[in-house]
Design a protein around this ligand. Structure first.
Ligand code: SF4
Length: 381
């Protein structure tokens, strides 16, 4: 069975003001100690699998995994090879933050087996980066990209965020154009989401976060595929754009409901092997995640065994994230029933609203639907 792998490294230099990811700043846990736990979890989990697996992708995310020394990254990759059949042609991605990498470290990652970098640039405007609480400047982002190329990375992704406080459409266009100048193979462009528990949420409640209004937000969403399309990037998922042959193989596993195993604090897993599949996740905090491993048990916080209805809903709201949409004949083959018979009323209403459209054997989001995707997904949950 093909099974992708995800590794979560939850530590950061400091917490960005908008961040609600599972990440910690100022932890006293040493990276070596955490990686020891990770490798132990990989070994223990492999022993619980019904049959050996083959890993076509490995993604090391965070947090800030580029705080890890290359030797630690190598230990993780070696574990993936040893226990999960990580293929020699596998896509091996590491998330890196400018300000935490240099040429030597990046060359070390390359030598360890990383062949794709996802660079958390977020903005190329220094004032905005300071406002977000990022640890790096635009210049450091530029230097990190140059160093990545120098270290031999031929598959480089850049993450950007739009809808930032005080951001105008002209500023967002400028960020996009400057990112295009770096000539990355992949660009992710996410809209800022202000989440409870973050300093940005407090500022918003106090009326001190001047977010772009809805109209400007929509203009940014519409402008993004236009600008990136003109530069040769193919829009293949709501927030993701790639040059030909450089779509994220790992993330497509999530959207296509492929199997993956997650290791580390807060990591999520999904295996399709039993019935309609099983999802679980590890404890959120490293301090809760690490002790059970010392006792020789793979940690597991919560488990959800999917029924047919859950699996059908997932196929819709995950599949619709991809611009190509949901393949209707495949849905019928997998579930023995048509999309029409299952979601006829929802689909009809979303078509009338101009959010979904039929293209041959596929149901997909329209241009308007792409901007209001969460509203569409709600219909299937
Ligand atoms: S670097 Fe990423 S994970 Fe860490 S605090 Fe900032 S946004 Fe969150």
């Amino acid at each position: 069975m093909d099974c992708s792998l995800y590794i979560h490294f939850p530590f950061c230099v400091r917490k960005c003001l908008y961040c609600d990811f599972n990440s910690l700043a100022g932890s006293t846990i040493m990276p070596e100690e955490y990686v020891m736990a990770l490798v132990r979890e990989m070994e223990l989990r492999a022993a619980t699998l019904a049959a050996p697996v083959t890993a076509p992708t490995l993604y090391i995310g965070g947090g800030t995994p580029s705080l890890m020394a290359p030797e630690l990254v190598k230990r993780v990759i070696d574990g993936a090879r040893r226990w999960y059949g990580l293929l020699p042609v596998a896509e091996v991605t590491l998330e890196a933050n400018p300000g935490t990498v240099d040429l030597k470290k990046l060359a070390g990652y390359r030598a360890a087996g990383v062949n794709r970098l996802s660079m958390g640039v977020q903005s190329l405007d220094d004032a905005m980066l300071a406002r977000l609480g990022r640890v790096h400047s635009a210049r450091q982002a530029m230097e990190a990209v140059a160093a990545a190329r120098g270290a031999g990375f031929a598959n480089l992704g850049i993450d950007l965020i739009h809808g930032l406080p005080g951001q105008t459409t002209a500023m967002w266009r400028d960020d996009l154009m400057r990112a295009i100048d770096f000539a990355p193979e992949h660009i992710s462009a996410y809209g800022l989401s202000v989440e409870e528990g973050t300093p940005f949420h407090e500022l918003a409640r106090a009326g001190q976060l001047d977010l772009p209004d809805e109209e400007i937000g929509l203009e940014m969403l519409e402008m993004t595929p236009e600008v990136l399309g003109q530069a040769g990037y193919d829009h293949y998922e709501i927030s993701n754009f790639a040059r030909s042959g450089f779509r994220s193989r790992h993330n497509q596993v999530y959207w296509r409901r492929g199997s993956y195993l997650g290791f580390g604090a807060a990591a999520h897993s999904f295996l399709r092997e039993e019935g309609w599949g099983r999802r679980w996740h590890n404890p959120d905090r490293p301090a809760a995640y690490m002790p059970s491993l010392a006792d020789g048990l793979p940690p597991e916080e919560e488990q959800l065994v999917l029924d047919r209805r859950d699996a059908m809903a997932e196929s819709m709201f995950l599949g619709l994230r991809l611009l190509e949409g949901v393949e209707l004949s495949r849905f019928r083959e997998e579930f023995g029933v048509t999309v029409d018979a299952t979601y006829g009323a929802e689909v009809a209403s979303l078509k009338v609203s101009g959010l979904l459209e039929l293209a041959g054997d596929r149901l997909r989001l329209t241009r308007t639907g792409l901007c209001l995707a969460n509203q569409v997904f709600q219909a299937f949950i």
